[in-house]
Design a protein around this ligand. Sequence first.
Ligand SMILES: *Cc1c(COP(=O)(O)O)cnc(C)c1O
Length: 369
Amino acid sequence: MQFIDLKKQYSILKEQIDSGIEKVLNHGMYIMGPEISELEKKLADYTGRKHCVAVSSGTDALLMPLLAWGIGPGDAVFTTPFTFIATAEVISLVHATPVFVDIDEKTYNIDPVKLEEKIKYVVENTELKPKLIIPVDLFGLPADYKEILKIAEKYKLLVLEDAAQGFGGEIQGIKSGKFGDAAATSFFPAKPLGCYGDGGAIFTDDDELYQKLVSIRVHGFGSDRYTHVRIGINGRIDSIQAAVLLAKLSIFDEEIEKRQLVAQMYTERLNGKLVAPFTPDGYKSAWAQYSLLARFEEHRAEIQQKLKDAGIPTAIYYPIPLHLQEAFAQLGGKTGDFPVSEEICRRIFSIPFHPYLEENDIDYICNLI
Ligand SMILES: *Cc1c(COP(=O)(O)O)cnc(C)c1O
């Protein structure tokens, strides 16, 4: 069994994907071909955003708004230590300071109460200037934007939604990608909407930010390709990847619904044996991962071994919280700083999940557990 079976999806979409790729091979506009603007239009419509900028990866989709806003040395950027490194890496890349905030013990997303406490702490006790919050829609579940956006308004902070895992999720009908001043998503193959390489997208309703992002995507170009008005990057997505995404987008909503059913089947069959994912009322998860909590670390190892022996792959997202990563050692984080994140890191593991997982496989996995 595979952890995420992408071949099943390809067999369903083969004709569409192959012909989309062939079209690119024939027109020859491998970079910034017509597929890019078509994809951007469709993604913007999908999320209900005014603008979408398709880019080279989820990491660049996070980095580029920081560049556009001029986030830099002396700025505090609030995020969670229980996420993929890219979320906080981009903060350090622009020489701003990541300020971690612990997570909610049920949703695993940034805890709004602790967020406000941390903002106050930074204002009163440090020289740093609070500028931005990067909430993460972990495992596909949107963060608590109702509370986060209130806090952002109160303290005049920008919000960048890390929707790398959340794309396809929603809160009361509002799609992930629509929250905050801008949102970033990833099209890494294993994400809910994935391409066949690297890719990502940025969403915003802000015209000025949009113009800057378009420029930053191609080395900060100005009135023409060889006039440069700001420092940018090579942040383009390939036409071939856009063609793959256009095909996949055509069945994405059906897949999101299939994901709800798979998650529901897992939760029913596990019947409280382990702590199953929590979805608050009015929220829909994109189910980037289906993650369970074992009772303690050795219990997790035991379950993972049992599944492995039966040919079932599992994964741990994430084994080490970011404040304890060597890459962030200069921030001085230590064990005990973020007890909820640390505890979840010791107990969490994810089981196979994709929209085409069959009921007998789900039964098999749940019986083993
Ligand atoms: C995957 C991921 C990213 C980075 O996306 P890439 O496309 O791999 O660069 C950022 N944040 C989170 C939460 C992710 O899961």
